[in-house]
Design a protein around this ligand. Structure first.
Ligand SMILES: Nc1ncnc2c1ncn2[C@@H]1O[C@H](COP(=O)(O)OP(=O)(O)OP(=O)(O)O)[C@@H](O)[C@H]1O
Length: 346
């Protein structure tokens, strides 16, 4: 199914939780709703499921307004972070539950549950009680229970946030591959930017109940529309630079001139973003002093102080053969002009 959110607004008393939300989800697409705590992600998900009403706007599913349909008529399934399973029942009984209340025959139920348990890799656990499973296994049962009723829309509310990092990474790959295989339109709420980048076809970034940007992961990372998105997705160095004018207009950054296109005509300054991995150490560059080094495993993240600028973050690959620098050391940095992104004028 295809979904269209049109001017959705939601108030809790006088808190405006959603402020004019507009976007669409294509058939088979997985959209992540990403944003800091309190930005309205869960509210939008619950409105989509029909669990709470919105104050104005429309939700169109395949061009029909479903705003007034009760949850059970929306053909959606929810997967929560706390799994919401029946702890005293077995894996099999949990997965079969949705089919039982639809009054299917035992034979049909058996066939479908076996097939689903195979898909989510839980066949050997089918008689185990939920309370005797690990978090990752429980989340797989929750996924199987959601999928078995063949929903047209899957809604995920921070499904992996109770799992440790390794398991989160492997579960998100599993969710993505099952979702793609079955082609189910999905909305996935998370506050974890890495998870959103890894799992989503497109990401809706939200802040204070408003959409900040809707884009594919690659575009969101390299072409953020504002400094909030730039900082929320990964690490960013953002410089607020005065625009200088001669025969052309430009800014100066770390000793290089960067030409500014005509659309910024009349502006006095501009925000320029450069990701930490676009800056590198090289003799002949601009002088800097190492203030901090963080070892992130595959990356060494340096915080540098450079005259005239705030702190500058530089990421370098932590190869066995890489030269490393220590706190207080003098270094020289350069960057590729292609790695620069000019944040659009508001
Ligand atoms: N039942 C409620 N009554 C009053 N205010 C609420 C209620 N539920 C949410 N809010 C407020 O609405 C705003 C959006 O909340 P929501 O739970 O949708 O955010 P969220 O992005 O999902 O955050 P989190 O990641 O912390 O779950 C917040 O300011 C929150 O305090």
């Amino acid at each position: 199914m295809k979904i269209l959110f049109e001017n959705i607004c939601k108030y809790y008393d006088n808190v405006k939780a959603l402020d004019n939300i507009n976007f669409s989800v294509d058939k088979g697409e997985l959209i992540a709703l990403l944003g800091p705590s309190g930005c309205g992600k869960t509210t939008l998900l619950r409105i989509t499921a029909g669990l709470i009403p919105h104050n104005s706007g429309k939700i169109l599913v395949d061009d029909k307004d479903i705003s007034s349909l009760p949850p059970q008529k929306r053909n959606t399934a929810l997967v929560f972070q706390n799994y919401a399973l029946f702890p005293h029942m077995s894996v099999y009984e949990n997965v079969a539950y949705g089919l039982k209340i639809r009054k299917m025959s035992n034979k049909e139920i058996d066939f479908l549950v076996e097939d689903m348990l195979e898909r989510v890799n839980l066949k050997e656990y089918k008689h185990r009680k939920i309370q005797h499973l690990s978090g990752g296994q429980q989340q797989r049962v929750a996924l199987a229970r959601a999928l078995i009723i063949k929903p047209e829309l899957l809604l995920f509310d921070e499904p992996l946030s109770n799992l440790d990092e390794k398991l989160r990474t492997s579960m998100r790959e599993e969710i993505k591959s099952i979702q793609k295989e079955l082609g189910i339109t999905s909305i996935y709420v998370t506050h974890d930017q890495e998870e959103a980048l890894a799992i989503a076809d497109r990401i809706v970034v939200m802040k204070d109940g408003k959409v900040q940007q809707i884009a594919k992961p690659y575009e969101l990372y390299h072409k953020p529309l504002n400094s909030f998105v730039a900082n929320f997705i990964g690490q960013a160095n953002i410089f607020n630079l005065p625009i200088k004018r001669e025969s052309f207009q430009y800014v100066e950054l770390l000793g290089q001139q960067i030409e500014i296109p005509a659309e910024y005509k009349g502006k006095r300054e501009i925000e320029v973003m450069i990701r930490p991995e676009e800056i590198y150490f090289e003799k002949g560059g601009v002088e800097a002093i190492v203030e901090k080094v963080s070892n992130l495993g595959n990356i060494l993240r340096y915080t540098l102080s450079v005259q005239e600028y705030d702190k500058i973050i530089v990421d370098s690959l932590n190869r066995f053969t890489s030269k490393t620098y220590s706190i207080g050391e003098k270094v020289y940095i350069k960057f590729n002009k292609e790695g620069i992104h000019l944040i659009p004028a508001e």
